[in-house]
Design a protein. Sequence first.
Length: 455
Amino acid sequence: MAKVQKRFVCQSCGSVHHRWQGQCVDCSEWNTLVEEAPLNATPFQAKHNLQGGGRMIAMTALDAQSVLPERLPFGIAEFDRALGGGLVAGSATLIGGDPGIGKSTLLLQAAAALARAGHDVAYVSGEEAADQVRLRAQRLGLGDAPVRLAAATSTRDILTTLSHGTPPRLLVIDSIQTMHSDLIEGAPGTVSQVRATAQELIRFAKERGTAVVLVGHVTKDGSIAGPRVLEHMVDTVLSFEGERSHQYRILRSLKNRFGGTDEIGVFAMAGDGLVEVSNPSALFLTQREEGVTGATVFPALEGTRPVLVEIQALVVRVASGATPRRSVVGWDSARLAMILAVLEARCGLSFSTCEVYLNVAGGYRIQDPAADLAVAAALVSALSERPVPADAVAFGEIALSGELRPVAHAPLRLKEAAKLGFERALLPAAVERATMRQSAFRTLGQFVDHLLGRG
């Protein structure tokens, strides 16, 4: 905003000055300059007033009929699930993930599946030569897919090539950090270059109806590199997660203007590429016949998909005077500290002289607050060396007062648990009844008494 200019008007001759002074330079009178409010309309304001000079835009009613956008499914069920049913024509999708996690492999498989279905697909790589991409496709058994392939980094060259003739149905850019626009000074990957190239590609997508998929690098903490505005510009943001030491990969939807968020697609890395996992619960559960201390099964919820995972806890007593260690893998460490504090304050269990190790089996990461009760069950089981029944699942949120609060979509969690052979559920009392045998508790103290057999 421009700084407001002060006006000092001489009350004798009417001359205007920009600062106060004792004597008016025009009429030589003393102490006649008085500050007045600036004019409401200056020549600058009149020139830059945005309330006129534009064109009228059409306003429509919120309840007007709208046509649902056409979906372009890949035929890969897990990928389509994360997208909400498939790509939308003219949309822009950003997918990020750690190096080597399988982003290029997944997009190459998706592009080949779409090309084999009769659609025009263009794949532009800025990181690899065309021969490298071709060799990977042959290794994955996709060498016969009619995908148009190019290795380029100039945004102008790419858009000039694609603007001639019929535009492709799908355009894959791998990756956006390698693209360069000659309209902006700076090396590829800088904030200005990423913003400018993404804007041009998104404009091409909206004007020509091409679905554009951009691959994005990630920083050390896992967020997508480049300006944060890049995630606001695109229509869909996907995160490809997983550990290199584990075979599973999770495609998570973080933003979707054409569908729901927090949907996931689960894949397993195999020798011939990424393979869909239709039953993720079987991937994260440990098969055993009898109960083990410190292990609890938790029905997590990812979007609309329930996934059963195993939470493992180990409690080891240490010598007096030593500082006990707290180690967490796959869960929030601050949440673990809160659960331990509630167990000590409300249930009389002492963890102050114990080292606590918590792990989510299979490398899975949980962000669901319903895992509180399952974590508490694993901790109590490890401390007392009494196993949780092998046919039971546990879920519920724990309040600082020790009360158990219900969580969302309990029937969906119980249905998935029953489908996999579990017969009993440990949960808050406010949860509605289901077909499974349920043990409901109002407080964490009642839950601990039940696990320890106190009555």
